[in-house]
Design a protein around this ligand. Sequence first.
Ligand code: SF4
Length: 105
Amino acid sequence: MTNSRRIFFKQSLSCASALSLLAVTSAAQAQSAVLDADPQAMALGYSADGSKTDAKRYPNYVAGRSCGGCVLYQGKPSDSSGSCAVFGNKLVASKGWCSAWTQKA
Ligand code: SF4
């Protein structure tokens, strides 16, 4: 094998490894969980435990409403979490709540 071929194969392997790592990282980011302390979560009053929502601050909160019953929740209500379009398809807790809550039809 010539030296230039060896270099070509080494570089090809490096590129393939980098692309694989990028794909895994992107998938992990898409499915990372929304944290209560995330700036967007704080702006929307999201809490992973919706029962802790301050009803005075968020008057549209009604006890018993949660992400599992929201039209924007992409999981099954019985799942512990599911993705939410409001948060770029990151995972929200089924028992969570935010001020964008909208009744599932
Ligand atoms: S939009 Fe709906 S599913 Fe998404 S965080 Fe708010 S209440 Fe939960």
